[in-house]
Design a protein around this ligand. Structure first.
Ligand code: NAP
Length: 413
């Protein structure tokens, strides 16, 4: 494969797909997108830490830059060159910094475009507590959740018409004349598709994860009481998938009580469902009863940010976008332009995003090293501004210094 501007390192091998599984060499070539704004600060910081963890576990990463956003504009004269998507397709993985999206007008989100073009349908965000991080709740350590958010359909699919537009008038006429509805003339209209295929592939990923990682339950989060044929169907298809494809590994919550008197057999994952508004308060009140959540797009967006807020917020929240095998790993936070280039913000979210990438590779030893070293560095109270302003007696350090301290801990582990 030849690229115009993406340089293929002389050493290292490609991560490839074989029989639906990812095959990761000990010296993989990993593309990275620096990202806009604070991407220039957090992406190099994360690479420093990930390199240290790879080396400590007998591996070596060969990085190659792929361009998107402002850096692509400078290199190619466009924000998301085809070559960048092609490179991620070819190398199957990428570490990605945040990209700026203007509100309202201008280009549509590059982040959404990347997910859509590469069919990265599962937005997976682990949310767990790091000892020493200030939190707004009493028992943040109860949180150890992985959110699986469907990322390609629902009200986010972009099928909508502005109030007063020709499109809105046509759809309204159809709804009112042919379907007997009563949509007002001044309404904007959006469509919410939720399909069996896309629901099942998301729920399949969540259950597979729960089975492989010994999680106690998978909770389907929906508003099926109100939106029966979309959110309600999400719940029904979720249960159906569990019964069809994981009959030995799963039981429903009803079966848990009817057949096991509420005592979960250790080899079974309990499939349950909760209505989204109730789930939002259960996140706070019964945090430790939830391990893996599977959600349609909008519920997943709200729920995963609320969960991240409980354990310390954006500066430390990692994320990933996964397709059948391909993965683009990116933090939850955006490009925070006001801090760009100041070597100031917290690189923890980006570093822990790399930890998810390592887990996706099956590099669990390196992943644990990263988590432990970040946690110890925070416990030492050598922290970036965002954490420093919330604790007593901390030492405020820069983005790059924090990363060096974490890397030193990894090397001396
Ligand atoms: P943001 O960039 O996440 O920043 C919001 C605030 O969160 C910052 O002002 C800062 O709070 C805090 N923050 C974010 N990252 C931090 C870090 N690493 N360390 C410490 N604090 C951090 O959200 P935004 O201002 O709404 O969005 C800016 C741009 O990013 C927009 O164009 C948006 O579309 C884009 N965005 C991109 C992605 C993505 O690439 N996946 C995701 C979300 C947003 P304080 O000011 O309180 O210090």
């Amino acid at each position: 494969m030849e690229f115009e501007r993406v340089e293929i390192p002389e050493e290292g091998e490609r991560v490839v797909e074989e029989d639906g599984e990812l095959v990761v060499p000990e010296e993989p070539i990993i593309p990275y997108i620096t990202g806009d704004g604070i991407g220039q600060d957090v992406t190099p910081a994360a690479r420093t830490v990930l390199d240290a963890a790879a080396e400590e576990t007998g591996r070596e990463i060969h990085w190659t830059e792929v361009y998107a956003g402002e850096r692509a504009e400078a290199e190619y004269g466009e924000l998301l060159p085809d070559e960048s998507l092609e490179a991620i397709r070819y190398f199957n993985v990428a570490l990605k910094g945040p990209l700026t999206t203007p509100v309202g007008t201008g280009f549509r989100s590059l982040n959404v475009a990347i997910r859509k073009e590469l069919d990265l349908y599962a937005n997976i965000r682990p949310v767990y507590y790091l000892d020493g991080v200030p939190s707004p709740v009493n028992s943040p350590e109860d949180m150890d959740m992985v959110c699986f958010r469907e990322a390609t359909e629902d009200v986010y699919s972009g099928i909508e018409w502005e109030a007063g537009s020709e499109g809105a008038a046509k759809v309204r006429e159809f709804l009112n004349e042919e379907m007997g509805e009563d949509v007002p003339a001044d309404a904007g209209i959006g469509v919410k598709p939720i399909s069996e295929f896309k629901t099942k592939r998301l729920v399949r990923k969540a259950i597979k994860y729960a089975v492989e990682r010994d999680r106690e339950s998978v909770t389907l989060v929906h508003k099926g009481n109100i939106m029966k044929f979309t959110e309600g169907a999400f719940r029904d298809w979720g249960y159906e998938l569990a019964e069809e494809e994981f009959p030995e590994e799963t039981i429903t919550e009803d079966e848990l009580w009817e057949e096991y008197d509420g005592e979960r057999p250790s080899d079974k994952v309990v499939i349950k469902d909760r209505i989204a508004d109730n789930m939002l308060q259960q996140l706070l009140t019964r945090t430790d009863e939830y391990g893996v959540l599977a959600m349609p797009n909008l519920n997943g967006d709200y729920l995963s940010d609320a969960a991240a807020g409980q354990v310390g917020g954006l500066g430390i929240a990692p994320g990933s976008n996964i397709g059948d095998v391909r993965g683009v790993f990116e933090p939850v936070h955006g490009s925070a332009p006001k801090y760009a280039g100041q070597d100031k913000v917290n690189p923890t979210a980006m570093i822990l995003t790399g930890r998810i990438m390592f887990e996706h590779f099956g590099w669990f030893d390196a992943a644990e090293l990263v988590k432990d070293a970040v946690e110890e560095t925070i416990q030492d109270r050598t922290v970036t501004y965002d954490i420093d302003r919330q604790i007593e007696g901390g030492e405020r350090v820069s983005t790059s210094r924090f990363a060096e301290l974490v890397a030193e801990k990894i090397r001396s582990a």
